[in-house]
Design a protein around this ligand. Structure first.
Ligand code: PEP
Ligand code: MN
Length: 265
């Protein structure tokens, strides 16, 4: 990677489709799991981009922390087989470097990164002058200033196009949602950054698959630009976030049942 390379004028994959649907497993686990899930997603004809976590920020130690860099070639293969671009979460400069080495199409900052200005700054510095689209999830806590700060830090270094992902906000104790949607916060970000596409991640808001449809429909009603949603070849056997994942075929049914505002006006 040459961080001083001039910006290229690749088309912006964040604006290619509305709704933009980014789908794939919470975690890349094995090559077979990635390829099977991604090919089945592509076969639905309802997915514009693939996702998979390569490095997983886990709340407690001892859980699966991601397959690491060795999973990136699996995503490259999935891209070749499906023709769909791929998106990966990055939290450190090394993650950025590895993703760029495999020409990962879109990067995203997770909620545990957006919450930490040091981490955002580290990722931003690694992306200085690199024309690569970056999606920014909301921070774990309901703080639009932190979310805004992450947008500003990335803008300052001049990356590729940016976008936002609403994945809900954590709270204490048993609640209906894994992460409370607090819809007024993404709406405030839409007001602050009307030029940025905003996606909803119903998977991490819901925490369980039964709630996905209602959340996704609410995002459509609020004129979000698309969804990032987790899908797995065998959801109950997933190594992370099993309860909130659905099969590619179930995802296709779910997506078919969502009415997007632009389709009805
Ligand atoms: C994920 O997308 O798998 C993830 C870890 O999400 P979040 O940063 O929203 O918790
Ligand atoms: Mn997940």
């Amino acid at each position: 990677m040459n961080p001083t390379a001039p910006l290229t004028t690749k088309t912006n994959p964040l604006l290619a489709d509305k709704p933009l649907v980014i789908a794939g497993p919470c975690s890349a686990e094995t090559e077979a799991q990635v390829l099977d899930t991604c090919q089945r997603l592509a076969a639905t004809g309802r997915v514009n981009m693939l996702r998979a976590g390569i490095w997983k920020p886990r709340t407690k130690p001892g859980l699966f922390e991601g397959i690491g860099t060795k999973g990136l070639p699996w995503l490259v293969r999935a891209r070749e087989l499906t023709g769909l671009p791929v998106a990966v979460e990055v939290a450190t400069a090394k993650h950025v470097e590895d993703c760029l080495a495999f020409d990962v199409d879109v990067l995203w900052l997770g909620a545990r990164t957006t919450v930490n200005p040091f981490s955002v700054q580290e990722v931003a510095a690694a992306l200085r002058g690199v024309d690569r689209p970056v999606l920014i999830k909301n921070p774990l806590n309901p703080d639009v200033e932190l979310w805004t700060g992450a947008v500003e830090r990335l803008r300052q270094v001049g990356t590729g196009p940016l976008g936002l992902i609403h994945r809900g906000f954590s709270s204490y104790g048993q609640t209906e949602f894994r992460n409370a949607p607090m819809w007024h916060l993404p709406i405030e970000m839409k007001r602050r950054f009307p030029e940025l596409p905003i996606l909803c991640d119903p998977s991490h808001i819901a925490g369980r698959r039964e709630l996905l449809h209602g959340i996704a429909q609410q995002a459509a009603d609020l004129d979000f630009d698309g969804l990032m949603i987790e899908a797995h070849q065998d959801p109950d056997a997933a190594w992370s976030d099993a309860a909130q994942q659905v099969t590619p075929e179930r995802l296709a049914e779910l997506l078919a049942g969502i009415v997007w505002r632009r389709e009805t006006t």
